[in-house]
Write a protein that binds this ligand. Structure first.
Ligand SMILES: C[S@@+](CC[C@H](N)C(=O)[O-])C[C@H]1O[C@@H](n2cnc3c(N)ncnc32)[C@H](O)[C@@H]1O
Length: 607
């Protein structure tokens, strides 16, 4: 309360001093506040009222509260909540729901914008913010007494424990607007912070235990809250409008066929999150209407514009013929290549211990991340290519090397002590760093365990792409000094035994039809635009047949002379035949293929 009063103007405090007396009872004080602000039970207890009375004079001076990372705390500035409410003006809602109202920016702007409001229901966990909001609303009505005064119910409570379904049922016939800006924090950040600010169903995104391990179970708290709101209100009359990261909006839409919420008129209005929140993330105002979803694709699409020009639609993403795409118009031209890759895309090696397992070769001597000279047997040291290297094709000398302790996931590593004593001493001397690895995938595994490793990792000729870069640039990754080159876990690759096959795959993947398909499928504002799931959708066989040998030969002209000769009619026919054979085993792949993506490692999902 001290902080909240600190933000109130002196003139408002004077006004309040004139309206309250020390000996007043709690009911009388709350009646007066209801009359002034519309807020029910303004003072929950008598001590709250007595504190308020004490604080009215002299004026308190209290510092702002400390950072509240685990609460995803990014308070909306008034100019943004005002702009958003202006955009929604024609909705004329009767009921406003703000599930995490914070300092009340949206509630205040809604009162200013919607004279039709009869009730406001808000929830916020942080008590100082509840007081802040109460006094901001009070001040608004003191300054602008002619504004319509709805009944306001502000709950200082945990949104995950609040019964919104009960509220939804009670608001059967009213026009509802769910408005706000839910917390910007992910469940994995909360687990790093050892925070319990999570819904009880904290693995709600996981399809199975494996997804939880591989990072697919990672989700934004804001996404969970938007889904909670849709669960409680989407069958009623009204709309939802909430600020969210673009990745959250994408997920809500992608899961819509599963969640089956009856919503329509979906839109994402981009805004500058750096400007308003000093957050380096792509974010938008997500809005939709409740209560209807007509059959047909149009209803599963989201229009993209900006809060400055809501009517100028830049693009649309969503579902087309049961496929999820990032650009519906661009997809019309390339949908015929959206299918199933005949070859299995793989993610590179994951080890989460680069200081020990990644080496530089300086004047013929290996050095680790501490710049120590490392004298080990060469057998398990392989050339390594990272995301930043996968931009030029073909790659020549590797910048790094990696110690590959296993040939497949889960392999017993006791053989290292028997066969490679120097390496074993190096690893056991640095066990501390290996056993410090945080991800749960390393628990109950060999201390030397790595992931993203299998027979495929040792294929000599690879075609690779960085999952992190915006441009879908595929590169050839040849072996180095007779050893297959490994990729790190930010990269994806296809592996081949025959160099010609890798060259043909490269030309097809870098061709316009494949590139156009990728452009229509990928969301460039995500941390990792290219994933195994996306790459597996490129039907390389269809693109190859569409292009034909002559066109591919023309594309090959850009390749260095040393590999140009590898593209022959005979090799082309072999490639098509291997695509055909691989396509026939597709059903087995679909049934038995292992995790589609590995954990994102140090590519954290921070705001
Ligand atoms: C991104 S801020 C936005 C606040 C406000 N909606 C606005 O637009 O300014 C998120 C708010 O969620 C609140 N919050 C976080 N976890 C919560 C929980 N479990 N229950 C209720 N509120 C919560 C935080 O305290 C914070 O005020």
């Amino acid at each position: 309360m001290k902080n909240a009063l600190h933000h109130i103007k002196e003139s408002t405090l004077d006004f309040l001093r004139s309206r309250f007396k020390k000996g007043q009872g709690l009911n009388e004080a709350n009646e007066e506040m209801l009359h002034l602000s519309g807020i029910s039970a303004f003072f929950p207890t008598k001590p709250d009222f007595l504190l308020f009375f004490d604080l009215l004079s002299p004026r308190p001076k209290v510092a702002e509260t400390i950072a509240r990372r685990e609460y995803g705390d990014f308070q909306t500035p008034h100019n943004l909540s005002k702009t958003v409410c202006g955009i929604l003006e024609e909705l004329s809602p009767n009921i406003l729901i703000e599930p995490t109202f914070g300092k009340g920016s949206f509630i205040v702007s809604a009162i200013e914008t919607f004279p039709t409001l009869q009730q406001i229901h808000g929830v916020e966990i942080h008590e100082p913010y509840c007081w802040h909001t109460k006094f901001s609303i009070l001040e608004l009505f003191v300054e602008r007494p002619t504004l319509t005064r709805p009944s306001i119910y502000l709950h200082c409570a945990d949104v995950f424990k609040f019964d919104f379904h009960k509220l939804g049922k009670a608001l059967d016939r009213d026009s509802i607007l769910v408005l706000g800006n839910p917390p910007w924090v992910t469940n994995s950040e909360l687990s790093t912070l050892k925070s319990t600010n999570l819904p009880t169903k904290s693995n709600f995104k996981s399809h199975n235990g494996l997804d939880a391990i591989t990072g697919k179970g990672n989700f934004d708290i804001g996404e969970y809250i938007i889904l909670m709101m849709l669960d409680a209100f989407a069958h009623r009359i009204g709309s939802l409008a909430m600020l969210a990261k673009n990745s959250v909006i994408k997920n809500v839409l992608q899961d819509l066929p599963k969640t089956n919420h009856p919503i329509s008129n979906l839109a994402a209005l981009k805004f500058d999150a750096k400007l308003y929140f000093n957050a380096s993330v792509d974010a938008s105002l997500f809005r939709c209407d409740f209560g209807s979803r007509k059959a047909g694709q149009g209803e599963l699409a989201c229009k993209v514009s900006t809060i400055e020009s809501p009517q100028s639609i830049e693009s649309q993403f969503g579902w087309v013929d049961n496929k999820f795409v990032s650009d519906i118009v661009a997809y019309q031209d390339s949908h015929s290549f959206d299918g199933f890759s005949p070859f299995v895309w793989r993610q590179g090696v994951k080890h989460d211990c680069s200081r020990i397992l990644e080496l530089d070769l300086v004047d013929g001597i290996y050095k680790n991340g501490f710049n120590d000279d490392i004298d080990i047997e060469d057998d398990l040291v392989f050339p390594l290519v990272k995301s930043s290297d996968v931009q030029n094709s073909p790659l020549s000398t590797p910048r790094k090397f990696v110690i590959v302790t296993q040939k497949k996931v889960g392999e017993d590593t006791t053989y290292i002590a028997e066969r490679f004593p120097h390496l074993n001493r190096y690893l056991s001397d640095n066990l501390k760093f290996l056993s410090e690895r945080k991800s749960s995938i390393y628990s109950r595994k060999s201390e030397y365990a790595i992931f993203g490793i299998g027979e495929y990792s040792f294929k000599p000729y690879k075609v690779a792409i960085s999952g992190l870069y915006k441009k879908p640039c595929f590169s050839l990754v040849p072996p180095y000094n007779g050893k297959p080159t490994m990729l790190d876990d930010t990269c994806y690759f296809l592996g081949f035994d025959d160099q010609s096959q890798s060259v043909i795959a490269l030309l097809i993947l870098n061709s316009e039809p494949a590139q156009k398909l990728l452009r229509s499928l990928t969301f460039l504002d995500s941390k990792r635009p290219y994933t195994k799931d996306i790459l597996m959708r490129i039907d390389v066989f269809k693109v190859a047949k569409h292009l034909g040998f002559d066109n591919v030969s023309r594309l090959a002209a850009q390749l260095p002379g040393s590999i140009l000769h590898l593209l022959t009619r005979e090799k082309w026919d072999e490639f098509l035949a291997s695509c055909e054979r691989a396509s026939q085993v597709k059903p087995q792949y679909a049934l038995f293929e292992q995790p589609t993506t590995l954990p994102t490692g140090n590519v954290s999902q921070t705001v």
